[in-house]
Design a protein around this ligand. Structure first.
Ligand code: ZN
Length: 190
């Protein structure tokens, strides 16, 4: 269970396939109760954790401010497996992705170039986002200190769209002007 101070770290945990929860709309008190009730480890940077009521049954206070360093600390402390379930979970929904046995299911949902290049697609059973081995995996793994041998990385269609918009920005400013509103909206997302 992540509190609001370590949500980026929570996303990194989902990347390596671990079940990580947070809820921005809930007070610390309730988050702790939820963590205790579900047997979750409460993760925070809040140094006043000991003063919280109810007391945290199982928790860790991180001192690092950089989420990538927080991630490495957790991996070391709990001996987390960064390989077995790498990129198996939807980062938005925290659920396990389904491998699409029939690639053509993804055809209408992704860019034709992506569809042509990729052999395997995965879908989040909750939000429906399609994932595949994209081009940004190596960067993520390098940042987190994760070993990753494959050339390709996972990428969602949303991220591919953002990349395409950046490409248009260089090629044709008129297209960009038309899409500016969309791009601003998208680029605001973390
Ligand atoms: Zn999802």
């Amino acid at each position: 269970m992540m509190d609001h101070m370590v949500i980026r770290l929570g996303k990194y945990l989902r990347i390596i396939g671990y079940d990580a929860e947070w809820d921005m709309g809930v007070r610390t008190h309730d988050l702790i109760q939820r963590a205790n009730a579900t047997g979750r480890i409460f993760v925070t940077r809040n140094t006043h954790l000991a003063e919280q009521y109810p007391p945290v049954r199982d928790g860790i206070i991180l001192s690092e401010t950089d989420p990538a360093l927080q991630f490495r600390t957790l991996v070391e402390k709990f001996g987390l497996d960064t390989q077995t379930d790498l990129f198996s979970r939807c980062i938005q929904c925290n659920v396990i992705l389904d491998a699409l046995a029939d690639k053509s299911v993804a055809e209408a949902l992704v860019h034709p170039n992506v569809y042509r290049r990729q052999k395997h697609f995965f879908r989040c059973p909750h939000c429906g986002t399609i994932f595949w081995h994209g081009s940004h995996v190596a960067n993520t793994c390098r940042k987190l200190g994760i070993k990753h041998d494959e050339e390709a990385d996972w990428q969602s269609d949303h991220e591919a769209m953002v990349e395409q918009l950046r490409l248009y920005q260089i090629k044709d400013k008129r297209i960009l002007a038309a899409m500016g509103r969309i791009q601003r909206h998208r680029s605001e997302k973390p």
